[in-house]
Design a protein around this ligand. Structure first.
Ligand code: TXE
Length: 487
């Protein structure tokens, strides 16, 4: 009989059973490898109650003590890095090597960073000479925070919410993605071992429309931090519209890479390969539209295709694998559907899905896994679906442009506004273009260099709100102004 990993809810410091169970698949083999709770209102109520009861104790725990506990969480997670990386890969489909180098170290960093940044936070004060009054602000945690995280970077994004929420004194109910619940469940053990008191962190596993919906609607949850699809965010906004909740929504993107003719291609091409295909293209910050100045278009394209073709796709546990499997069968079908429809509409698929079998000439990947090779598409129009909609897979379109004004207009011509990457050696142009791009983050001559001190989030359909050192503290607390008249 097959042994499954049995994920359990974590409520009030205890692992608890749930009557209904869901299958969770290993994307690289297409086989069920874990069973997760199919939680609903009953489990969410229990978790919210536990968090509400733990709130007075945790919110009044001295900041330095909370910080010490969270730093211990980071230390224990770091000591179990390899084990978490293997589980993250098996659950999500990404290479183990990537989880070891990016996901888990970043989760450790998130916990450590927010544990310490809260200690260094200062508030505002202002003296009014007429009528003579001293004003200052003070911050209080919001209460029970609902944290809903997606499947692409499970531990990375969960801890980006959990770290600041806990450091600010909130208690939480987390609802990780039903497709990638295993590492969040493992993490509960780490939290207990580090001394996080019962009820401070509760994990409820299950689907979005059932467990997620019960959490966002819960009247005792005044704050929701959500990362996921733009359409889901619309459902959450509608569900919470009458309740005045604090919402942070980190959503999708259709991010542009803009490559001017004076760009350093030696640096730009490998970085654009990474920005297009890392984590199977399943990062909201991935580049999906590459605009290349016409004078270097052919040269860029030739090298870019050659590097994409050289990417090793396959068994996520093999040390030399660079790209693994997409998260689910349905998601892989969505991604390949976009490629197929683009080809039927007259686009040219230069390499990847349906064309390549791999650099060694073989197709050495498990046919039952959800693998899609790095795919580059040209000869598309700006208003084609593949240039407008978030594909969220290893698919990138490359198109030529002639001048700065034109490329800024075209880059901005989508509903999203998450990030962009600009490549040029002209510093003035770089700043000019960065200011004009409608995006929450603009990277110049680099990509995914993330400083947690900086605000992170999107504009337009890419989200509402910012998170980062100061921004996260602001989001996870209510600010109060105290005004003292001085006679
Ligand atoms: O995400 P969902 P899906 C984009 C990407 C992808 C698309 C759909 O384009 O193809 O979204 O992916 C929970 N109330 N991104 O459908 O559903 C869900 O259980 C409360 C971008 O898988 O948004 C999970 O925990 N919660 C992205 C989380 O929301 C609900 C990352 C995200 O899942 C809910 C992932 C509901 N009604 C997908 N419905 C990014 N910004 O990084 C679902 N959920």
């Amino acid at each position: 009989m097959t042994e499954f990993v049995q994920v359990k809810n974590f409520i009030n410091g205890k692992f608890t059973d749930c009557v209904g169970l869901l299958d969770s698949f290993n994307p690289a083999t297409g086989e069920v490898w874990a069973k997760i709770p199919d939680s609903g209102q009953y489990e969410v109520d229990a978790a919210v109650n536990a968090a509400a009861q733990a709130f007075p104790g945790w919110s009044q725990t001295p900041q330095a003590k909370r910080s010490a506990i969270l730093q211990k969480v980071a230390d224990i997670l770091e000591s179990r890095l390899d084990e978490f990386a293997v589980a993250e890969s098996r659950d999500q489909g990404k290479p183990v090597s990537l989880a070891k180098r990016m996901d888990i170290p970043r989760a450790v960093h998130n916990m450590r960073f927010f544990a310490t940044s809260c200690l260094n936070h200062q508030e505002k004060a202002n003296y009014m000479d007429i009528p003579g009054a001293l004003n200052y602000t003070t911050r209080l945690p919001v209460g029970v925070a609902g944290l809903i995280s997606p499947w692409n970077l499970p531990m990375y994004l969960l801890t980006f919410k959990l770290g600041p929420a806990l450091a600010s004194g909130n208690t939480v109910v987390c609802k990780p993605s039903e497709m990638t619940s295993v590492t969040a469940w493992m993490f509960c053990e780490v939290l207990s071992e580090a001394g996080v008191p019962p009820g401070v962190v509760n994990m409820v596993f299950g689907t979005g429309p059932k467990a997620g919906d019960a959490l966002v609607r819960h009247p005792s949850v005044p704050l929701i931090s959500f990362t996921g699809g733009t359409a889901t965010a619309g459902v959450i906004r509608a569900a919470t519209a009458t309740q005045c909740k604090k919402l942070s929504l980190e959503l999708g993107g259709k991010n542009a890479g803009i490559i001017f003719e004076d760009a350093d291609l030696e640096k730009c091409i490998p970085t654009t390969i990474r920005s297009s295909f890392v984590n199977q293209g399943e990062v909201c910050l991935c580049t999906s539209r590459v605009f290349v100045q016409r004078s270097i278009y052919d040269r860029f394209l030739e090298k870019f295709i050659a590097e994409a073709r050289a990417i090793k796709v396959g068994d996520p546990s093999a040390p030399d694998t660079w790209m693994g499997a997409l998260v689910s069968k349905e998601h892989a079908a969505k991604v390949t559907g976009y490629i197929q429809r683009a080809a039927e509409g007259g686009a040219t698929v230069q390499c990847g899905h349906g064309i390549d079998t791999g650099i060694d000439g073989s197709n050495a990947i498990n046919p039952k896994g959800y693998f899609v090779r790095p795919t580059i598409i040209t000869d598309v129009k700006d208003d084609d679906a593949i240039m407008q909609e978030e594909v969220f897979g290893p698919v990138v379109c490359v198109v030529p442009f002639d001048n700065e004004e034109e490329v800024v207009r075209r880059a901005n011509g989508v509903q999203y506004g998450l990030c962009a990457a600009v490549w040029t050696s002209d510093a003035s142009r770089l700043h000019r273009v960065a200011r004009k791009l409608e995006a929450g983050t603009v990277w110049a001559n680099c990509w995914l260099v993330r400083d947690l001190h900086m605000p992170f989030g999107g504009c337009k359909s890419s989200g509402v709100g910012r998170e980062g050192a100061v921004d996260s503290i602001e989001f996870y607390t209510e600010v109060k102004t105290v005004c003292v008249q001085i006679e």
